[in-house]
Write a protein that binds this ligand. Structure first.
Ligand code: C5P
Length: 224
């Protein structure tokens, strides 16, 4: 096993959506299925790493040989990541974390009470990737994801820098074969420039999420 590329490394992966409850029966969420993050976690295991997967609610089954922590809300995901981050040599944040949650969570089902409109007040969730970027030490490698619907490169470049990532994997939701639920992805990969503030940008061809997971992990291993 000594020859496996990630042997002896701890890898932390976040995957799936979060659910932010409004009341006991309703929640805010997004279309993430967890496929990309689970593919990365399984690939890291197969490349010899010790893997912790922090997963939001998905229908995928917990992968064998991986320490899987199930969470529901962004705050719970943040707590789980804070608990495991210091031991992680490589951290890959593929979760689609809800940016906002309802300010108040009603303990009883919210009733219509004859209303046509209701106001829903939201407050921002912690940015888990930004926290990790602010706390990482020299030996830690951090990879973020970004899903965009416009201005992919400039938005992704901003995230790479502001969240102090070693690498950022960006996809455009509107590209065929990319994004939620499908088994393939089409990504643009950004890394900090070595001599300038301009990031190094690569456009990768469409491939399965499995193959993409392997390419991402190989790339991250090479950065170490
Ligand atoms: O800014 P944006 O949400 O698009 O950034 C996406 C990246 O940040 C992903 O890697 C995602 O997992 C991570 N993220 C996070 N916590 C948040 C929001 C995003 O870890 N609250």
């Amino acid at each position: 096993a000594e020859t496996l590329p990630l042997h002896g490394l701890h890898v932390l992966v976040t995957a799936g959506p979060t659910q932010e409850p409004l009341d006991p029966v309703r929640y805010l969420t997004n279309h993430s299925t967890g496929k990309m993050g689970y593919a990365i976690a399984e690939q890291a295991r197969d490349m010899g790493a010790d893997v912790t997967l922090v997963s939001g609610p998905v229908t995928l089954s917990a992968p064998r040989g991986i320490d899987t922590v199930h969470v529901t809300t962004a705050q719970q995901m943040f707590n789980a990541v804070q608990e495991h981050f210091t031991q992680a040599d490589l951290t890959i944040m593929a979760a689609a974390v809800g940016d906002f949650r309802p300010i108040e969570q009603s303990s009883e089902k919210i009733k219509k009470n004859g209303r046509v409109n209701i106001d829903l007040r939201l407050t921002s969730n912690p940015d888990i990737l930004a926290w990790a970027g602010a706390h990482k030490t020299a030996g830690q490698t951090l990879c973020g994801f970004a899903m965009e619907t416009q201005d992919l490169e400039s938005n992704a470049a901003k995230k790479l820098t502001s969240k102090h990532c070693s690498m950022l994997v960006a996809n455009n939701l509107n590209t065929p074969g990319a994004g939620f639920a499908v088994d393939t992805n089409v990504v643009t990969v950004l890394k900090p420039g070595e001599t300038t503030d301009e990031p190094i940008i690569e456009h990768w061809n469409k491939m399965s999420k499995q193959e993409l997971a392997e390419r991402i992990l190989t790339e991250l291993a090479a950065l170490r």
